[in-house]
Ligand binder design. Structure first.
Ligand code: GLA
Length: 366
């Protein structure tokens, strides 16, 4: 507990808010938590959307910067012109489900559609837009949410928690646990947008990325996987060796055109089932490094293509197109519609089973 300070976010209580589905009364329970470690690293979290609002880490000279896009208060998350999942936990199913339709054991379900004809990141009121119950734990905070049977169209009461802890090795550990009372699907991830030069800096096209994946799941124009696996060799998607993100981001390639840019799922080259390094992001000027470790089979690399320069964050600086990127550990988008096919691990959670998965963001310099 020594490293966790509790502070209430300024402006968390909303007056006259225009959020439609959100009960204003919920906002009286919006809280903010600050985790700090012995190196001076500081992480801020709110129970609104189980959101990481700030990550302050040193560069190679020891200068601190906030490398995560975010806001200072919950009302800014709610009232933003574009609510793009900044720092939040997305679910019950992260990323897309084709036409919001799937079936389990022969029973069909229809989800809310919020991305053209498709379902994205949990629907209209996904986990990023609800208030979670918060409880401090040693070196962190545990956030819990009961997603009701039928919410956004999903079956089953899902009891979900994410425990965020900060270690003295500059790791943010995200431990997700869930149980259900009816067969359902679960695929949650964190949607932090990173710029290792600091939030609100110019593009991330100069960042160097390495992804431990030799296959992607190619998509159609709606960013729904076609069901095939594509070898990255000789394509803009080959990040097996560290590569500058800007190098191939505008390549004359059909998948890149669909993005437009990177918005794709890599199947990780895993050795086993434990925590393994999925991706390493490096920014040469500051020397900051982010390593992503996960137990998940896949990772979505999204190069901030939909940021438009119409939002400003906590520092007052504008978030331009491709000025931040996400590395979302996950099961592949639309997996439920490939259930049972080779290479598509199941996303079904049944009563009596436990969903239990950990992802770590680890910061360092070189
Ligand atoms: C994910 C998706 C993107 C986009 C962002 C949020 O990364 O794959 O297409 O929806 O989230 O804007």
């Amino acid at each position: 507990m020594k490293n966790v300070a509790l502070l209430i976010l300024a402006g968390a209580v909303l007056a006259g808010c225009t959020t439609g589905n959100v009960k204003v009364s919920d906002f009286s329970s919006v809280k903010g938590y600050t985790l700090t470690n012995k190196n001076g690293m500081e992480v801020k979290i709110t129970n609104y959307g189980a959101t990481i609002t700030s990550i302050i880490v040193p560069d190679r000279e020891g200068n601190m910067a906030d490398v995560a896009l975010g806001y200072d208060s919950a009302d800014q998350y709610v009232n933003a012109l574009v609510r793009d999942y900044f720092g939040a936990v997305v679910g019950r199913y992260g990323n897309r489900i084709a036409e919001g339709k799937f079936s389990i054991d022969g029973k069909e379900y229809t989800l809310a559609t919020n991305n053209g004809e498709n379902h994205l990141h949990g629907g209209l009121m996904g986990f990023d837009k609800v208030v979670w119950t918060a409880q401090t734990v040693e070196n962190g905070v545990k956030l819990s949410y009961l997603a009701k049977d039928g919410e956004e169209g999903y079956p089953g009461n899902l009891m979900l928690s994410v425990t965020y802890t900060l270690t003295d090795d500059n790791e943010i550990v995200m431990h997700y646990e869930a149980t259900t009372d009816k067969a359902t699907i679960v695929n949650v991830t964190n949607h932090t947008y990173f710029n290792l030069k600091g939030e609100g800096s110019d593009t991330v096209l100069d960042h160097v990325l390495q992804i431990n994946g030799s296959k992607t799941t190619p998509v159609d124009a709606g960013l729904i996987p076609t069901g095939e696996f594509a070898d990255v060799t000789g394509t803009p998607f080959d990040f097996r060796q560290p590569k500058v993100i800007g190098k191939d981001i505008n390549a004359n390639d059909q998948q890149i055109k669909y993005g437009p840019g990177y918005d794709h799922n890599w199947v990780l080259d895993r050795k086993g089932g434990g925590l393994e390094l999925a991706a390493t992001l490096y920014e040469p000027k500051s020397g900051r490094v982010l390593e992503v470790f996960t137990e998940e089979p896949c990772i979505q690399f999204y190069s901030g293509n939909f940021l438009q320069g119409n939002l400003t964050g906590k520092s007052g600086r504008v978030w331009n197109r491709r000025s931040a990127l996400c590395l979302e550990t996950q099961h592949a988008p639309d997996s439920i519609n490939h259930e049972g096919e080779a290479g598509w691990p199941s996303v079904i959670l049944r009563p009596g089973e436990k969903y239990d998965t950990t992802t770590i963001y680890k910061f360092s310099v070189k």
